[in-house]
Write a protein that binds this ligand. Structure first.
Ligand code: AHR
Length: 321
């Protein structure tokens, strides 16, 4: 009898010490942009996994790229009385009112992967994002280094109009090529972060630029648009990566495949694991009232064809991809 109760006590002690019970028990609403890119799908899957590991009840809402859907989702999370909200904001402006409603209900909001423009930064607890201007600058610096003093006409595929990465990645790239009179940004249009639109817009650039023969490089704000552009370049009878350089941002497996094939030149990595640091911050805040820094910055790393693209691609599997 005594042995049995000692064993039961031991089992309970082991369980209490295990991560399964070291759980927050929080309910968190997640308003996601949509599923426009491979990176976005990976972020969604990493967030679900992180929530599961921590015993967080994640309420997921896919906004299908529409701000009004995100506003509705936030209001519904507030009505449900969630403990916290994760918001990946599709565009940068227009959030103040709904975030005030969350603040009035005492629900902390963490911004994921994109920033907002507001005069009142008390409307969110923290933002887990990369330095998006820096990403554009890294991509631009790479291109400048490759081009040297040769003349180079660049075309740009922008992300979703009004989104913080589209604004910042354009700015960073322009900073990198500023003062380089041999490099011109000839055309720039949104491809909405999708493969299909990236391809369509690249086709129109190719048509307008002597069948693509006048284009020296394409800079895409994400890999999915770059993959669409690669397709368009091939269909125009040119060699992506050689006739037209391809530089982009995200570091998804498909771009490493393209780099391994010599069809893409470089990408700047954006981690899909925004939820890990976000949940860490929320758990500390809920437990001890510890305010996180206003910006939790994730790393940006450049990968080129020289960085064993096949090996990196393999390593990426299981990181949400
Ligand atoms: O906000 C991050 C960006 O959004 C990623 O670079 C892009 O792939 C996604 O759509």
């Amino acid at each position: 009898m005594r042995i049995r109760s000692t064993l039961a006590g031991l089992a309970l002690a082991t369980l209490l010490a295990s991560p399964v019970l070291a759980q927050s028990g929080m309910t968190v609403g997640f308003s996601q942009v949509g599923s426009e890119s491979g990176w976005r799908a990976a972020e969604t899957s990493v967030t679900r996994e992180e929530a599961k590991k921590r015993g967080i009840d994640l309420k997921f809402a896919d906004a299908q790229q529409k701000q009004e859907n995100q506003i509705k989702a936030i209001r519904s999370f507030v009505a449900q009385g969630v403990d916290a909200i994760l918001l990946a904001p599709v565009v940068a402006t227009g959030w103040d009112q709904v975030l005030e409603e969350a603040k009035d209900a005492d629900i902390p909001v963490v911004l994921l992967d994109r920033n907002i423009e507001t005069k009142d930064d008390s409307l969110y607890l923290t933002a887990v994002t990369s330095d998006q201007v820096h990403e554009g600058k890294v991509a631009g610096d790479y291109l400048v280094g490759q081009v040297g003093s040769k003349p180079c006409k660049v075309v740009e595929l922008q992300g979703t109009t009004g989104s913080s990465p589209a604004i910042a990645r354009k700015k960073g790239f322009e900073e990198a090529i500023a003062g380089k009179s041999n490099i011109t940004l000839a055309r720039s249009q949104t491809g909405d972060f999708t493969r299909t639109k990236g391809k369509e817009v690249m086709e129109s650039f190719i048509k307008a630029e002597n069948g693509g023969k006048d284009i020296c490089a394409v800079y895409a704000h994400n890999d999915d648009m770059a993959v669409g552009a690669i397709q368009a370049i091939k269909e125009a009878g040119l060699k992506p990566g050689t006739d037209i350089m391809v530089v982009s941002i995200d570091a998804v497996p498909d771009i490493f495949q393209a780099m391994a094939n010599g069809e893409a030149n470089a990408t700047v990595e954006l981690t899909p694991n925004m939820a890990g640091p976000a949940f860490d911050a929320l758990e500390a805040y809920k437990k001890d009232g510890k305010e996180p820094p206003k910006w939790i910055q994730t790393e940006s790393k450049l990968y080129t064809q020289a960085d064993d693209p096949k090996g990196v691609m393999e390593a990426k599997k299981g990181m949400g991809y």
